[in-house]
Design a protein around this ligand. Structure first.
Ligand code: HEC
Length: 121
């Protein structure tokens, strides 16, 4: 006599793959490109800000000063560069993107990193 056994249930468990992507700091592959920052600076910003970041005419802030714009955060500087800036009573306004609409947000990040390194202590 044959005993019929109920066939077992095969349960296939697929382990979920948890990928945690940390984008908190752009420290590695996605970090700023200083060479690109310098190139963009020399192409667009140097006319007003000068090769030493001290400004080429009245109304341009001195990037090298400890109390200058680079006391601000990168986020604040990013907004100033992207949107332009005219402080109350300023002699001259900073044009949006320094007047160069071809600049990207990556360029702005690279520019800030370059300027911090080149002009501030
Ligand atoms: C036409 C001249 C001119 C050009 C070109 C120019 N700037 Fe400026 N920039 C200014 C002036 C003027 C200010 C000060 C504006 C104010 O405080 O009202 C300024 C301010 C700044 C500040 C300080 C912002 C802050 O929040 O205090 C940064 C950073 C800056 N410029 C970066 C750049 C970069 C990067 C470029 C090139 C992409 C550039 N600028 C091109 C005139 C210029």
């Amino acid at each position: 006599m044959t005993i019929k056994s109920a066939s077992g249930t095969m349960a296939a468990h697929l382990a979920g793959l948890l990928v945690s992507v940390s984008l908190s700091t752009a420290a590695f592959a996605g970090g700023p490109d200083l060479a690109n920052g310098q190139e963009r600076y020399e192409e667009t910003c140097i006319a007003c800000h000068g090769d030493n970041g001290k400004g080429t005419m009245p109304g341009i802030p001195n990037f090298a000063s400890a109390k200058g714009p680079f006391a601000k955060t990168d986020a604040e500087l990013t907004t100033s560069i992207i949107e332009g800036l005219e402080s109350p009573g300023a002699d001259l306004a900073m044009p949006a993107m320094g007047g160069n609409p071809d600049l990207t947000e990556d360029d702005v990040r690279d520019l800030i990193a370059y300027m911090r390194k080149a002009f501030t202590k």
